[in-house]
Design a protein. Structure first.
Length: 276
């Protein structure tokens, strides 16, 4: 059994409690993807109870789409750090506005994140690079292409070393690095970008996997991106065969995670070791 299979199996056996402070646009999808993977979601976001609520959690997911809940993220994140509970960050539109840049900076200064998962524009912003992303979407100029891959990997590895976090960049080619080890994952499909919340869902999925295997954030992040990508491919196959659209695709995506098997992960993962 591979480490990725083990993480999927452990998530279903342990049913980790994942506290999510996430945005109102995707809160239902995030809760459902956690349930589909075998975890238990808790969507508490009120700052007055954030630190107390995280004490019973196995992992904490902080989604900057809920920019108004930044103080709750800091309070919960500090308590999670104190307790040794892994904290996951989704830096939604981190470079989009001065408020988001300042909030991302504050979060990184006050909380240690086991995993940070974002698109290329968001991760480049955290690294201090100039970005051209618009809203929550990655820009064409920031997107990771084969030609830009070495440069993108270098940015990710340097940021991972500086923050002592696993950095996961999702896109056509996903990049995961802890600063020493780096892998590329090439699963997924274009329709995943045509639904709201695919990024938020994969961050929540990584949160569930980290909750089940807190000592292996690199493997958990890699497994999360792979499972989400393969589930997207399954949903896309159904969409094309049935002639349906993006609304049905979203439901089929969550169903694919629910029905995911350990063997499927081993057989369908498209992973390349870039550095080990």
């Amino acid at each position: 059994m591979t480490c990725y299979e083990e993480i999927l199996k452990m998530t279903r056996e342990r049913e980790p409690l994942v506290q999510c402070i996430t945005n109102f646009v995707t809160v239902n999808d995030c809760a459902n993807i956690i349930l589909a993977a075998g975890g238990t979601p808790a969507m508490s976001h009120v700052k007055e109870e954030a630190a107390e609520a995280v004490q019973k959690a196995d992992t904490l997911v902080c989604n900057m789409g809920a920019i108004e809940d930044a103080q709750a993220m800091i309070l919960a994140g500090k308590e999670a750090n104190r307790l040794g509970i892994p904290v996951i960050l989704d830096p939604v539109a981190a470079g989009g506005t001065s408020l988001r840049r300042a909030t991302a900076k504050q979060l990184l200064e006050e909380v240690h994140f086991a995993v940070i998962r974002g698109n290329a524009s968001e991760i480049r912003s955290l690294a201090g690079e100039n970005v051209t992303g618009r809203g929550v979407d990655v820009s064409a100029l920031d997107a990771v292409t084969e030609e830009k891959l070495p440069e993108a990997v270098k940015t990710v590895e340097l940021l991972a070393r500086r923050l002592k976090s696993v950095i996961a960049v999702s896109g056509k080619t996903d990049i995961v690095s802890d600063g020493d080890r780096t892998v590329l994952i090439r699963n997924g499909c274009a329709t995943m970008s045509r639904i709201t919340g695919s990024g938020c869902m994969v961050t929540s999925l990584i949160g569930a996997f980290c909750g089940a295997s807190p000592k292996r954030p690199f493997e958990a992040a890699s497994a999360g991106l792979a499972v989400m990508g393969i589930a997207g491919e399954t949903a896309e196959s159904l969409r094309l065969s049935k002639g349906t659209g993006n609304a049905t695709f979203r439901n089929d995506l969550i169903d694919a995670v629910f029905n995911f098997t350990e063997n499927q992960l081993t057989e369908e993962i498209k992973i390349e070791v870039y550095r080990e």
